[in-house]
Design a protein around this ligand. Structure first.
Ligand SMILES: *Cc1c(COP(=O)(O)O)cnc(C)c1O
Length: 386
């Protein structure tokens, strides 16, 4: 059996994979088992922050791997304390809960929001407003938070207590806030899976204005937008706001599974001993890798992200066959005249890996993709779209 046959036989059929078997990579170049080389503009869905087999990241991870791979949360361990200190220092948040994925980071955010509201305002204040077209994960509760029926339909009943507001609709938001017993508003500042759609400043301002007025928590899902992706360390920083809670995962670990839920002043003491937990959460190897990633996302790196973003937008916005470009930083969505699937497939055949977000071609290159590779990839994309 070849790999494809074995995979199809033994692995649950949840993924429709590209017909490629990736074997090795370095930086922004990855190879398949036939020896073909690709410029990677997708980074394992915004995970490989500094590309494949990055030297500094490998050093941090292997150094930790050779001391202790896991301790459980029954003991103290330095890498997770160091990472939490850096995350709080860089964001103004006060405490961190570590988990292993975006969905879990969001589950924690939801639990904190409910516990805070129940203790402060009463247990009936358990409804969370999320946005239509959002994506928050695949567990039953984060599916409930996800404002897209296509993801819900086979898994009912979902967790109760979520209502959905159209993104950028300030009137609907205000009405939902006034008509329910609301614990929190949860949002992605750029809807990733929903099609790389940024929220408008005035809608984000409205969320925070209403949150203040009605003592509602603000929860930013930074799973995809976080960790330098949008040209700021976290994307809420593009909007000059500070959420009460934010979740992140994907790019935080640079390729190892880690999720984090950051808790601001209001909610920092909501979680108490026994109220939440995770066996692998705060794993020292994942934390050592994440610490090396976060420490490298400094002003110079973020400046580079914004410059690379401008370059892509300038080169593609007037290219024939490209209808529009959305997104922020190195999280961009291209609306093409040609069929999205065809564009993605042809880019791959011509040595450039891109992915889809709804009807857009999604670009999520490494934050440090060399300009020369970026130029080559952008040329291929422009060519394929025309
Ligand atoms: C990917 C994603 C998630 C889910 O993350 P997992 O690690 O797959 O559980 C949640 N929210 C957003 C915004 C995402 O992009």
């Amino acid at each position: 059996m070849n790999i494809k046959e074995k995979d199809n036989l033994y692995i649950a059929g949840t993924y429709s994979r590209f017909p490629v078997d990736l074997t090795t990579g370095k930086g922004s170049v990855v190879k398949d088992s036939d020896g073909n080389e690709y410029i990677d503009m997708a980074t394992g869905i915004a995970v490989n922050t500094f590309g494949y087999a990055d030297d500094e990241w490998i050093k941090a991870v292997t150094a930790q791997l050779s001391c202790l791979q896991h301790t459980s949360n029954l003991y103290y361990s330095e890498p997770c304390a160091d990472l939490a200190e850096v995350l709080c220092g860089r964001t103004g948040m006060k405490k961190v809960f570590f988990s292993n994925s975006g969905a879990e980071a969001n589950e924690c955010a939801i639990k904190v929001a409910r516990k805070y509201a129940a203790e402060k305002k009463g247990p009936e204040y358990n409804t969370i407003i999320t946005l239509k077209n959002s994506f928050h994960g695949r567990t039953i509760t984060t599916l409930a938070a996800t404002g897209q029926e296509v993801f819900h339909k086979d898994f009912l009943p979902l967790t109760e207590g979520f209502v959905y507001c159209e993104a950028n609709n300030c009137e609907e938001l205000e009405q939902l806030v006034k008509s329910g017993k609301i614990a929190a508003v949860m949002f992605e500042t750029v809807q990733g899976e929903g099609g790389v759609l940024p929220l408008e400043q005035k809608f984000v301002d409205k969320i925070f204005e209403l949150a203040e007025k009605y003592d509602i928590l603000t929860v930013a899902d930074e799973v995809q937008t976080g960790n330098g992706r949008t040209g700021k360390l976290y994307s809420y920083m593009n909007y000059n706001v500070l959420p009460d809670i934010f979740s992140t995962a994907k790019g935080l670990g640079g390729g190892l599974p880690i999720g984090a839920t950051l808790l601001g002043e209001k909610v920092k003491d909501v979680l108490t001993a026994g109220s939440h937990g995770s066996t692998f959460g705060g794993n020292p190897v994942a934390c050592a890798g994440a610490l090396s990633i976060i420490n490298r996302i400094d002003d110079g790196m973020l400046d580079g992200v914004r410059k690379k973003s401008e370059y892509i937008i300038n080169m593609l916005k007037k290219a024939p066959g490209i209808k529009s470009i959305s997104g922020k930083g190195l999280m961009l969505g291209i609306e093409t005249a040609r069929d999205t699937g065809e564009v993605i497939e042809e880019c791959r055949k011509r040595g450039v890996l891109v992915i889809r977000a709804k009807n857009r071609v999604r670009l999520l290159p490494a934050l440090n993709i060399p300009d020369e590779l970026l130029e080559r990839a952008v040329k291929v994309i422009a060519d394929v779209c025309s």
